[in-house]
Design a protein. Structure first.
Length: 554
């Protein structure tokens, strides 16, 4: 060991001599100082791998590479700068090999090795690697070469320095993130090995690094530091998916993800001012999905904490969270006028139309699935028709979609002839509402008439079929009354068509079922409603064509 350290002591001696002679101002004195410094760095570089292990050697070489680059930059030595960058690359290869061997040994160790967080070789070596790469990126962010070297050569060197600055910032940022995430592992914090706390802390640490990089990019015009913001969305989105689907949440997770959301939006507000605009439009549109996932996971956690996991409270959590997001996107003030605040002042169509369409489709699918599959087990509360979480959620889902579609029709900035204003969307909403109302009756029959919650049992039940007949007739009556009031013949004809289907169903299905009392009640109710339709809701008169010519006065 002592024999291997002899070059290191010699290098230290030359570095001390260079420091003592640094005050000499003559040309020979400056060259002597630079020569001593170069010899000292060379001897230290050779001695390090002989005396130290591979991981520490890589960290020292990264710092030496930064020192060589700085010294060569001061002297205008291009090849010295190249040597400093090459040392960074060699140090990176050594560090990756050392970390791979170390983590492999830790993974297959019989017992986890206890380590102090942030005070261990893994963190410090990654920190030194990040400092070395980041220092060169900082020094090369602007043109360091004098114009006297020639216009073409200076332009080429400036471009090359910019590329080196960007690449080494990415390398330094990656090493810093590696060192940070290595300290937030279950092997270090064994008390949190089976929760989402460490995952949230890793994301928060990443966001802190991104925020620092974004600040440096704006404060010092550091082009490479701007790239961190572009990696923000994919990293956060991936960890949100992992946290939502795989891990258990508690109060600590909710608090950490709330802080992450605040930092994320703060960085995004400053980063999306630069191009490419299409990328940021996609990010802002997808942010709505992230918000829905976090809100839905929070509601599921609340149901879990309240020990309602075996009931249908948890079944409607995801649907309800999507409805809340869609209602938020349907806020009237955001659709009218010109928004002045971020992000709607730059990305209003992406939020309200593009993201809104995706959320509306999701609400429709979730509402349909919830209405058809969830029986309405809402213990400890009793089932009350229309006043239970399942019925309220599916009705609110239909109302939210209708409200969002109404906002499109009212928005002055949406073209009247665009795909967003197609009237066929109202037919889909009406069909969804019809299915929802029918499934509400199925839950009533299940809870109050003892019909089993199975497809064959519900289809064979005369109570269910009689209720369908009465419900469809009531819906036809309401549609025809409204059509009569607003003068819509098409809506009236739709109600009449539903009434015809009801009569046909009663003749083919209800008449074939047994159960005289129920059948008589259903026929009497439907007949009375049809009489009311004929009296209160006759077909509205056809609209007369407006006159195109003004009357001629004699």
């Amino acid at each position: 060991m002592a024999r291997h350290c002899q070059p290191c002591w010699g290098g230290a001696l030359y570095i001390v001599l260079a420091w003592l002679l640094r005050q000499r101002t003559s040309e020979a004195g400056r060259w002597l100082v630079q020569s001593y410094a170069a010899i000292g760095l060379l001897l230290v570089t050779v001695a390090v791998p002989l005396a130290l292990e591979q991981q520490i050697t890589a960290a020292v070489w990264a710092l030496e590479g930064a020192a060589v680059y700085w010294l060569s930059r001061q002297q205008g030595l291009k090849w010295g700068c190249v040597l400093g960058v090459v040392l960074q690359a060699v140090a990176g290869v050594l560090m990756m090999d050392a970390l791979d061997s170390r983590y492999y040994a830790m993974l297959y160790a019989p017992e986890p090795v206890a380590r102090l967080p942030f005070v261990n070789a893994d963190f410090l070596s990654c920190l030194f690697m990040a400092v070395g790469a980041g220092a060169i990126s900082w020094w090369s962010r602007h043109d360091p070469w004098p114009r006297s070297a020639g216009a073409n050569l200076a332009a080429w060197l400036q471009h090359l320095s910019g590329v080196v600055s960007v690449v080494l910032f990415v390398v330094g940022f990656t090493w810093a993130l590696q060192g940070l995430w290595a300290q937030l592992q279950p092997s270090v914090w064994q008390a949190f090995a089976h929760s989402a706390v460490l995952l949230a802390w890793r994301v928060l640490g990443f966001m802190a690094l991104v925020a620092a990089a974004q600040w440096a990019a704006q404060r010092y015009d550091w082009r490479g530091a701007r790239l961190a913001a572009y990696a923000m969305f994919p990293v956060v989105a991936w960890h949100v998916l992992v946290a939502v689907w795989e891990l258990h949440w508690g109060w600590a997770e909710l608090a950490l993800w709330s802080v992450i959301a605040v930092v994320y939006l703060a960085v995004l507000q400053r980063a999306d001012r630069r191009g490419p605009v299409l990328y940021w439009r996609v990010v802002h549109t997808a942010n709505v999905v992230l918000g829905f996932l976090l809100l839905g996971r929070s509601l599921v956690s609340l149901a879990d904490w309240a020990q309602l996991w075996q009931s249908d409270w948890s079944a409607v959590a995801g649907t309800f969270s999507a409805i809340v997001v869609l209602l938020l996107l349907s806020r009237a003030a955001w659709w009218t006028g010109t928004p002045q605040r971020w992000p709607l002042n730059r990305f209003r169509p992406d939020y309200l139309l593009h993201a809104g369409a995706g959320v509306a489709l999701l609400v429709g699918i979730c509402t349909l699935v919830t209405a058809c599959l969830v029986r309405g087990k809402v213990a400890p509360l009793p089932y009350v028709p229309l006043l239970n979480p399942v019925d309220l959620t599916v009705l609110l889902g239909v109302a939210a979609i209708a409200l969002w579609r109404l906002r499109i029709a009212q928005a002055p900035w949406v073209a009247a002839a665009s795909v967003w204003t197609w009237r066929s969307s109202w037919l889909a909403i009406a069909a969804l509402g019809f299915v929802v109302l029918n499934t509400i009756w199925l839950r009533v029959a299940h809870h109050y008439f003892g019909v089993r919650w199975q497809v064959d049992a519900l289809a064979d039940s005369f109570v269910v079929q009689a209720g369908y007949s009465v419900l469809w007739t009531v819906l036809a009556l309401l549609a025809m009354l409204w059509a009569r009031r607003v003068g819509q013949r098409l809506l009236w004809q739709a109600g009449a068509g539903l009434l015809a289907v009801t009569v046909l169903k009663m003749l083919l299905v209800d008449m074939a079922n047994s159960g005289g009392g129920e059948r008589i009640v259903a026929f009497i109710a439907v007949g009375a409603l049809m009489v009311a339709i004929g009296y209160f809701a006759p077909m509205p008169a056809a609209r007369k064509a407006a006159a195109t010519d003004d009357p001629v006065t004699p």
